[in-house]
Write a protein that binds this ligand. Structure first.
Ligand code: NAD
Length: 375
C-alpha cells in the first residue's frame, strides 16, 4: 500500500533524528511492499526564520491531507525571547488543535538492557510483576486539546491575581477514555482513570463518565486513583499499571515522571491520535514525535539518541496504518541493537560492561541493518 507522511524535522536535533527514522520506516515498509511518500513541511524556529511565524499558513491543511505526521522537535535559544504566540512551541499547539489529535499516548517501559539506567530499586521494580521479574510496561493516555491548558485564563486589572480554568465536556472525556480502552484491549486489559475527584468538579465529571463507560468494557479491569497517589505509586510500584488515562495537566506531569524511570528521554516515543485508535484499524490521523525537545546543547554533534524518533515511526505504523508486523520489526531491531551493547551517550556508562558508545549515525545504521537483515 501507499501512505503519505507529513514530515516536520524542526529544529536542533530534530533533523538528525527524523532522518534515520525515515530511512528505517522505508526499510520496514520495503519488506512488505509498502511505500511511504513524504511531504516535508516547515514549522517552529526554522519557519520563523523563513516566514516570520512558527506555523505558516497551509501547513496544518497540508499535514491534514496526509495519512500521518512525523515531527522531530521545535524550539531553541535563538527564539526564546520572542513573545508567547510567536515562539516555536506555538506550532505544536496549532498542529495538535488543527489536526484534532486529542489523545496523547506515551508508552514507558523498562527495557531489560537498560535496567541499570532506572533509578528504582529491584524490590520496587518487582512489586506487582508477574513472575517477579523487575520492570514495568505502562502507557499513559493524556487528554491533549482541553482542560487547563486551553481554558480561559487571565489577570485582575491590577495584575495582583491570576486564574486558569479547567473545563471538560462529557464528549472530550468520553473520546479520550475510549482511546484508552482501545489501547488496553490490545495490552494487558487494565485501565486506571487518574483524577482529583475528591476536590475538583471537573474531575468528578471525569469519574462519572468513566464509571458509565466502564460498563461497556467488561473485559477490561477499570480502576480509579487520585493523581497525588498515582504520582507516588509510579515510584513505589510502576509494575501495577497497564494503561493510565488522565487529563491534560495530570498527564503532562505523570508522563514526565514515568519517563525518568525508563532511563533516558532519548528513548521515548509518543503518538497523538485523532480517534479511538486501536492497532489494526487503517489510517487514523496521528502525530508522532519523540518526547524530547530539540536539545540545542547537543545539536549538530552526532551524539543525540535517535531511538525515540525511530520508535515514534514504529508507533505510526501500528496506530495510524495498522501495520503491526512492521512496527514490531522496528521495535525488535532496536532491542537487538541494544542487546549487542551499542549505546548512545545518554544511555551509556551506568555500570554495564560490554557497552560500545556510538554516535547518532552509527546507532541509526545499526538499527537499519537489523531491520534489513530481519527474516
Ligand atoms: P530537551 O528534551 O530538548 O533536552 C533536555 C535534556 O535532554 C538536554 O540535556 C538534552 O541534551 C537531553 N536530550 C534530549 N533529547 C535527547 C536525545 N535524543 N539524546 C540524548 N540526549 C537528549 O528539553 P529542553 O532542553 O528543556 O528544551 C530544549 C528546547 O526544546 C526548548 O526550546 C523547548 O521549548 C523545546 N521543546 C520542544 C519539544 C517538542 O518539540 N515537542 C518538547 C520539549 C521541549
Amino acid at each position: 500500500m501507499n501512505y503519505s507522511i507529513a514530515l516536520i524535522p524542526g529544529d536542533g536535533i530534530g533533523p538528525e533524528v527524523t532522518g534515520p527514522a525515515v530511512e528505517i520506516l522505508d526499510a520496514a515498509g520495503d519488506k512488505a511492499g509498502h511505500v511511504f511518500h513524504y511531504v516535508e513541511l516547515e514549522a517552529g524556529g526554522r519557519a520563523i526564520d523563513s516566514t516570520g511565524v512558527p506555523l505558516p499558513e497551509g501547513v496544518v491543511e497540508t499535514a491534514a491531507r496526509c495519512d500521518a505526521l512525523l515531527l522531530g522537535a521545535v524550539g531553541g535559544p535563538k527564539w526564546e525571547k520572542l513573545p508567547g504566540d510567536l515562539r516555536p512551541e506555538r506550532a505544536l499547539l496549532g498542529l495538535r488543535k488543527g489536526l484534532g489529535v486529542f489523545a496523547n499516548l506515551r508508552p514507558a517501559a523498562l527495557l531489560p538492557q537498560l535496567r541499570s539506567a532506572c533509578p528504582l530499586k529491584d524490590e520496587v521494580l518487582t512489586a506487582a510483576r508477574p513472575g517477579g521479574e523487575p520492570g514495568f510496561d505502562l502507557l499513559i493516555v493524556r487528554e491533549l486539546t482541553g482542560g487547563l491548558y486551553f481554558g480561559e485564563r487571565g489577570r485582575s486589572a491590577d495584575g495582583s491575581s491570576a486564574f486558569d480554568t479547567e473545563t471538560y465536556s462529557r464528549m472530550e472525556i468520553e473520546r479520550v477514555l475510549r482511546t484508552g480502552y482501545a489501547s488496553a484491549a490490545k495490552r494487558r486489559k487494565k485501565l486506571c482513570v487518574v483524577d482529583k475527584s475528591n476536590v475538583l468538579e471537573s474531575s468528578r465529571l471525569w469519574r462519572e463518565v468513566a464509571e458509565e463507560l466502564a460498563k461497556e468494557y467488561p473485559s477490561i479491569e477499570t480502576s480509579y486513583m487520585y493523581v497525588d497517589n498515582c504520582a507516588m505509586q509510579l515510584v513505589r510500584g510502576p509494575g501495577q499499571f497497564d494503561v493510565i488515562v488522565t487529563s491534560n495537566l495530570f498527564g503532562d506531569i505523570l508522563s514526565d515522571e514515568a519517563s525518568v524511570l525508563t532511563g533516558s528521554i532519548g528513548m521515548l516515543p509518543s503518538a497523538s491520535l485523532g480517534s479511538a485508535g486501536a492497532a489494526g484499524e487503517k489510517s487514523i490521523m496521528g502525530m508522532y514525535e519523540p518526547v524530547h525537545g530539540s536539545a540545542p546543547d547537543i545539536a549538530g554533534k552526532d551524539i543525540a539518541n535517535p531511538l525515540a524518533a525511530i520508535l515514534s515511526g514504529a508507533m505510526m505504523l501500528r496506530y495510524s496504518f495498522g501495520l503491526e508486523k512492521e512496527a514490531a520489526l522496528i521495535e525488535s531491531a532496536v532491542s537487538r541493537v541494544l542487546d549487542s551493547g551499542l549505546r548512545t551517550g545518554d544511555i551509556a556508562g551506568r555500570g554495564n560492561t560490554g557497552e560500545t558508545i556510538v554516535g547518532t549515525r552509527a546507532m541509526a545504521d545499526a538499527v537499519l541493518k537489523a531491520v534489513e537483515d530481519a527474516p
